[in-house]
Design a protein around this ligand. Structure first.
Ligand code: GCU
Length: 416
């Protein structure tokens, strides 16, 4: 017993130390002016019409080399919406869930979309909404056992309990597994969420098998987990568009890390997405593939092959051969507001090249009359800018400081 306590003490001490350093010892460089680091290829369009005309070809290149084909046309079937909790958050709103099916027959995938809608005063306009895609199931995200963790599986627990849960939060932040619903409600904003692994499991072999089956669906050729997860946002929007309580002119999406990558992919293909919050999305997201700092694309391609189209592997060791880079993905989002969250010690996701990607994408924002990135450096957060780069101290995870920054961004853009 004594030995066990002793072990636990040391485990707690190590985790505590790790959490103080937040797992990162190095700092992202603040220097973004070295000419050899400029994003390549430079964006050539000099007029809005030229840029708009080139967008389909650019999307096709991203499909061919990075993400596979966007699963355009994959059937979306929306089930009955069930009220899970009519008095959610001490009666501040309602919690609902709906089963969504992607595709038909064998190989179709089903997932649960949960939505928390604040009570709106009589005659109030419809609510703007953020859709999140997460590592955790809806039970943890909404802290409610009234939902299902997966299709057909009711929630068993609504909190990350015990020592493991405590350690997870110390290392990855309070909001790694839950959403700040009360803060959304304070602003009259609804929040919907789905668990990405219900669409495509986040494991190389299991993910590849599910995607092979999805490719049997009519019109679906090649795709990747990032694209199919991204398509989850679009399927959610199909549902929300039929819901008169939602303001479909103000639909934003949120994703952390790998889900930040898929949020960027979704917005590049789906124009109904009006605002994006991509947090620490790193390589295959907002970091430049040519960057030599942090994870790099050779490592992400090798460890997570299912996230990408197989052709991406060809560039893993020679990113300079890629005919495009991620600043062009950000440019496909213009002129929509994009929040890029970063941690100074999260060098793995490469804040420095994310900043340079945003700088380079600003050319396209400029064609729409927007400043794009409008800050003097990585630490000069400007929540009102259309390309808004935030960097806090610390490493990977979603902390209260990140949440404060994303609400500053949301308030500025949606006038909340
Ligand atoms: C790994 C991976 C990253 C990814 C991250 C995450 O660290 O290497 O590319 O962004 O997981 O999703 O948390």
């Amino acid at each position: 017993m004594c030995f066990r306590s002793f072990q636990l003490f040391w485990l707690a001490a190590v985790v505590g130390l790790v959490s103080c350093t937040q797992l990162g010892l190095r700092h992202a460089s603040l220097n973004t002016t070295r000419p050899e680091n400029a994003a390549m290829p430079a964006i050539a369009a000099t007029s809005l019409s030229e840029w708009e005309a080139g967008k389909p070809a650019l999307r096709a290149q991203f499909a061919e080399y990075v993400y596979g084909t966007w699963p355009e046309g994959l059937a979306v079937t929306i089930g009955e919406t069930r009220i899970a909790d009519a008095n959610y958050l001490d009666g501040r709103g309602v919690l609902e869930e709906t089963e969504i099916t992607l595709g038909r027959g064998a190989g179709a995938r089903r997932f649960m979309l949960a939505m928390a809608l604040p009570n709106l005063p009589e005659g109030a306009p419809p609510a703007p909404i953020i859709i999140g895609q997460t590592f955790s199931d809806n039970c943890l995200v909404f802290r409610s056992t009234a939902l299902h963790r997966r299709v057909g599986e009711p929630c068993e627990k609504a909190r990350t309990g015990g020592f493991g849960g405590w350690a997870l939060i110390q290392i990855l932040g309070r909001y790694i597994a839950r959403a700040p619903i009360d803060r959304y409600f304070d602003r009259g904003v609804a929040y919907a969420n789905f668990y990405a692994s219900e669409i495509v499991p986040d494991r190389p072999r299991a993910g590849a098998e599910v995607m092979a089956a999805l490719r049997q669906q009519p019109g679906i050729t090649a795709s990747s987990a990032l694209s199919f997860w991204g398509y989850g946002y679009s399927a959610a929007i199909d549902l929300l568009e039929r819901d008169g309580r939602i303001d479909t002119t103000r639909i934003g999406i949120w994703g952390h890390s790998r889900h930040g990558k898929s949020a960027l992919v979704a917005a590049a293909w789906d124009d109904r997405i009006g605002l994006v919050m991509a947090h620490q999305s790193g390589f295959g997201g907002s970091a430049l593939s040519r960057s030599k700092t942090g994870e790099r694309i050779d490592r992400v391609a090798q460890t997570y092959p299912h996230w990408f189209t197989p052709a991406f592997q060809d560039f893993a060791k020679a990113p300079g051969n890629l005919p495009l880079d991620q600043h062009q993905l950000l440019a496909l989002l213009a002129p929509r507001p994009v929040f890029l969250g970063n941690g100074r010690r999260d060098v793995w996701s490469d804040p420095n090249s994310t900043y340079r990607a945003a700088q380079a994408a600003s050319v396209v924002y400029g064609l729409y009359g927007s400043d794009g990135l409008a800050q003097t450096g990585l630490r000069d957060f400007n929540p009102a800018a259309d390309l808004s780069f935030h960097m806090r101290a610390g490493a990977h995870g979603t902390t209260p400081e990140d949440v404060a920054a994303l609400f500053a961004f949301l308030d500025a853009h949606w006038g909340l």
